[in-house]
Design a protein around this ligand. Structure first.
Ligand code: SF4
Length: 398
């Protein structure tokens, strides 16, 4: 297979290459920084795939050790429960099911040799969806299992749209499909989201995505000359998982730009503070990225002006030979000075260990109220009303 036959426009990476067409070229050959995180996701996907394909109870994987991309995972009850919750939701929807289905994305992107894997596809020719008060019969759904903490929404999700458009292309001759739905399952954070599109909306998406896909592909293979000023476009979404985010000039410019307004003002007013506040996570992540990048370069022997490598704090001391240490200590001190007292496990650990029996100890649990935290207005938690200051007339200064 020649280099030009590579599938590079992965649907799971679509938010990046479609919003920043130079990103794929910039990160060519650069290792994925969060390898363990994605290996853990692959592990959960494997259990889901096997359980659905072979109609297994996921419990059979409990306690097994699995290895993905060099990382080992012991399958615990939590992981099993996340897979089970996703399975229950998927089984609930009627229609024929395809698991871990290979989709040809080339006809949608108009770029050769591109593929993607959809976790689950369901096709229900008599299923009905109501979109903007209009009924559509013939539904194709793509279900995406995400075993991470970062909440992902289904509406306008480029990964989902690309799956739907490619699946529509594949099923179009076999079934009359009028509506398409993208469903996100994130049991780790108790999140499920779905969004339905009409066939026309998916067809419009296909037309809209092509220019970006084509340009990203041409830049990657040197068919079009790369111009950072023109082809890099930094943003919260596309830079978040980009492996070159710690060294990309466009991203650095964006982070600095976030303060541009603030530093020209006489004082940071409430509006500017709010604008900065919603960007804090991005700014904090950027700081972390620059630390990692500087450390990486220093470790390669590249000088980082004004910095040097030193040994950090030593690790926690532990017994190299606990048996011999115990015998030696027994000659020197009494038992109560040698052993740690037994301690009751925490309620969190008890819930994990006791499972359905946790209810019997729950009355003995106490928990303090959480402190007040500032979160985006669309956070599902109810807003806390602060007490109003009621000044009685007699308290007013005379
Ligand atoms: S860090 Fe952002 S701007 Fe830079 S290449 Fe990646 S996605 Fe594009």
């Amino acid at each position: 297979m020649s280099d030009g036959e590579h599938s590079i426009l992965a649907p799971s990476d679509a938010e990046r290459w479609a919003r920043c067409v130079g990103a794929l070229l910039m990160s060519k050959g650069v290792e994925e920084p969060d390898k363990e995180y994605s290996a853990s996701g692959t592990c959960s996907h494997f259990i889901l795939e096997r359980s659905l394909k072979d109609q297994l109870n996921p419990d059979i994987f409990l306690g097994q050790t699995m290895e993905f991309n060099g990382f080992k995972f012991v399958i615990d009850q939590d992981r099993i429960e996340r897979v089970r919750a996703t399975m229950v939701n998927i089984y609930r929807e009627p229609g024929q099911m395809w698991v871990e289905h290979l989709l040809n994305t080339s006809p949608v992107l108009d770029v050769p040799n591109q593929i993607g894997h959809a976790d689950i596809i369901k096709v229900d020719p008599i299923g009905e969806v109501i979109i903007k008060e209009q009924s559509y019969i013939g539904v194709l759904s793509v279900h995406d299992f995400k075993d991470g903490y970062l909440r992902v929404m289904a509406q306008d999700n480029l990964q989902g749209l690309l799956y739907l458009a490619s699946a529509l292309y594949e099923w179009d001759l076999a079934t009359d499909i009028q509506a398409l739905r993208f469903c996100i399952h994130q049991p780790k954070i108790g999140h499920y989201d779905e969004w339905s599109y009409t066939r026309k909306e998916i067809e419009d998406f296909t037309v809209a995505i092509r220019p970006a896909a084509k340009l990203a592909y041409q830049l990657y293979y040197g068919i079009v000359k790369f111009d950072p000023a023109q082809h890099l476009s930094a943003g919260d979404t596309q830079c978040f998982w980009c492996p070159v985010r710690g060294r990309c000039p466009a991203r650095a410019q964006r982070i600095v730009g976030l303060f541009a307004d603030a530093i020209t003002a006489h004082e940071i007013d409430d509006v500017r503070l709010a604008q900065l506040y919603v960007r804090l996570e991005e700014i904090e992540q950027a700081c972390k990225d620059y630390r990692i990048e500087a450390h990486r370069r220093a470790m390669m022997g590249r000088p980082i002006a004004g910095q040097k490598l030193v040994r950090g704090n030593k690790g926690k001391r532990k017994w190299a030979e606990p048996g011999r240490a115990e015998s030696a200590m027994a000659l020197l001190v009494p038992d109560d000075k040698m052993y740690q007292p037994r301690e009751l496990i925490s309620p969190t650990q008890a819930e994990k260990n006791l499972r359905e029996h946790y209810a019997s100890v729950q009355p003995f649990v106490t928990q303090s109220e959480g402190g007040l935290v500032l979160v985006p207005v669309d956070d599902p938690r109810a807003a806390v009303e602060l007490p109003k200051f009621n000044i009685l007339p007699e308290e007013l200064p005379q």
